[in-house]
Design a protein around this ligand. Sequence first.
Ligand code: FAD
Ligand code: NAD
Length: 157
Amino acid sequence: MDNRTFRNAMGKFATGVTVITTDIDGEVHGMTANAFMSVSLNPPLILISIDEKAKMLSKIKKSGCFSVNILSEEQQEVSMLFAGQSSDKENVSFEKRNGNSVIKESLANIICTVYGSQVAGDHTLFIGEVEDVIFRDGKPLAFYEGKYSRLTTPQLT
Ligand code: FAD
Ligand code: NAD
């Protein structure tokens, strides 16, 4: 199986889109990620997966904390910025929450400390213990078959 076949198959799993942020040396670094899941309720744990080539990897190792910003359908440009697909920084602004920078106008901000990590192939899985959350109404930005997408209404019941 080649990489394209694997990615095409994984692309059949529709996801939301997040931007991971972490603060290091007084600066915030962001990276778009769709490898995100809820893990445990007690304690509240989530999981992200970071490529060994991503700058984000060493930054989370150093900071020991990160936030997951779940993007709304109005935030495709924000996703593109933090995936290196756009250089337009006008669409993003940060606010501080418990000393962590989170992206304003996101559907949710999930503020975590690193609970554990596991190298898995060419990625590192970080389990985050959730310290705080912010969330609001809105519709999510979606990612399906390697393309951005939106939820259509009406939703199934
Ligand atoms: P860089 O590539 O240097 O930074 C990313 C971009 O963010 C750059 O353009 C940079 O200018 C900008 N940026 C960073 N901080 C700021 C700031 N403070 N203000 C303004 N701009 C800033 N990769 C994974 O490892 N795991 C995933 O789950 C994953 N999911 C993805 C899902 C989607 C839908 C897409 C499109 C990409 C995904 N990627 C994922 C790939 C990942 O987003 C890119 O490889 C990314 O460029 C890696 O970022 P980096 O940490 O190496 O930093
Ligand atoms: P794509 O067709 O590469 O993505 C489809 C699916 O394949 C993704 O949702 C993800 O589940 C999987 N995937 C893609 N690249 C992966 C990787 N390096 N490691 C593990 N799983 C991966 O979509 P695209 O529009 O070509 O992606 C844009 C860029 O973002 C590409 O460079 C891609 O590698 C990267 N990306 C990385 C991940 C990741 O987990 N590291 C996830 C999504 C996209």
